[in-house]
Design a protein around this ligand. Structure first.
Ligand code: IPM
Ligand code: MN
Length: 358
């Protein structure tokens, strides 16, 4: 199979972890006889420094001409500490999501046997956790208009807006996913307070009639925040709006043991984009210490979702499990015996070579 992949390393540790993901994709291409061609684009602070724009037109064009997009991370503290900065790297991320129509962010949450001891949560609570969050990504309070400041600057406002079409398209993906899993969808909302949440409930309830084999239940987001760490095994597919999904997936990453573990897919109307859920972790940038598993598992999601290469994707997941089982991990997982980012990437490649031969 010949495919073109846009590679957007971005800021901070983004380039280091993305490099490992590409290395792993190359190993897969070699073993399974595929041809992956990469084209790199600038995004985030790196793009502001070079062009003044955090998501330049040239990068957008590279994405549009590709079959899938692999993305690292965005963000640089020099902008965080300057509230008056005119352009911020995060605007590049939001522009990218909007312009590429990346409407559904899929974030799988799993506990890993080898990592159970490093989670601050009790092993018996998190062992066996396996759910997936479908977070709406191109609407809601992140994008609603109007937004801004009053003229005297003393008040500020954001708008949360949803249309039923925006809800239906992601809800369909969630129900379809549930069909291949444990057949349960939990809609997380705040329907006791918000009009948009009531529209979500109404719309999702109606759509559920097309899926009689799926159990649909509802949970207020505050309650869900509690239940996710109290009874994480109760969840199968979680469907939610943009901001609630942002918050509960950071929370859920504690179950996996490290934020560095979680991959994600942002499903688009044309191409889809794949990225670890962690940020740019500027303190670790350039030190070769960042956990590359989130990025590597994002590459596995890319193969699975965009190219339907299931065996190849499973080979990557197996290799990551093996690396973890044998203790080939970075310092966020084991300070005493930590390997570097590069070394962990090499171990995963080594296991891919072995697994694929067998
Ligand atoms: C994420 C991030 C982004 C978000 C930020 C960097 C804008 O936290 O991808 O979860 O809030 O969506
Ligand atoms: Mn987030």
């Amino acid at each position: 199979m010949r495919k073109k992949i846009a590679v957007l390393p971005g800021d901070g540790i983004g380039p280091e972890v993305t490099k490992q993901a590409v290395k792993v994709l190359d190993a897969i291409a070699r073993r399974f006889g595929h041809n992956f061609v990469y084209e790199e684009g600038l995004v985030g602070a790196a793009a502001i420094d070079a062009t003044g724009n955090p998501f330049p037109d040239a990068t957008e064009a590279i994405c549009q001409q590709s079959d899938a997009i692999l993305f690292g991370a965005i963000g640089d503290p020099k902008y965080d500490n300057d509230p008056k900065a005119k352009v911020r790297p995060e605007q590049g991320l939001l522009a990218m999501r909007k312009k590429l129509g990346l409407f559904a962010n899929v974030r799988p949450v799993k506990s890993y046997k080898a990592l159970l001891p490093i989670s601050p949560l009790k092993e018996e609570i998190i062992d066996g956790t396996d759910f997936v969050v479908f977070r709406e990504l191109t609407s809601g309070i992140y994008f609603g208009q109007p937004r801004g400041r009053s003229e005297d600057g003393k008040s500020a406002f954001d708008t949360c807006n949803y249309s039923s079409d925006e809800i239906i398209r992601i809800a369909r993906l969630a129900f379809d996913a549930a069909r291949n899993r444990n057949k349960k969808v939990t809609l997380v909302d705040k329907a006791n307070v918000l009009a948009t949440s009531r529209l979500w409930r109404e719309t999702v309830q109606e759509l559920a009639q097309e899926y009689p084999d799926i159990t649909l239940d509802f949970m207020f987001v505050d309650n869900a925040a509690m239940k996710i760490i109290q009874n994480p095994r109760d969840f199968d597919v979680v469907l939610t709006e943009n901001m609630f999904g942002d918050i509960i997936t950071d929370e859920a990453s504690v179950i996996a043991g490290s934020l560095g573990m979680l991959p994600s897919a942002s499903i688009g109307t044309q191409q889809s984009l794949f990225e670890p859920i962690h940020g740019s972790y500027p303190q670790a940038a350039g030190k070769n210490i960042a956990n590359p598993f989130g990025a590597i598992l994002s590459a596995a999601m890319l193969l699975e979702y965009s190219f339907k290469l299931i065996e190849e994707a499973n080979t990557i997941k197996e290799a990551v499990l093996q690396a973890m089982d044998e203790g080939f991990v970075t310092e966020d997982i084991n300070k005493k015996t930590a390997l570097s980012t590069e070394e962990v990437g090499d171990k995963v490649v080594g296991f891919i070579n072995q697994l694929a031969v067998a």
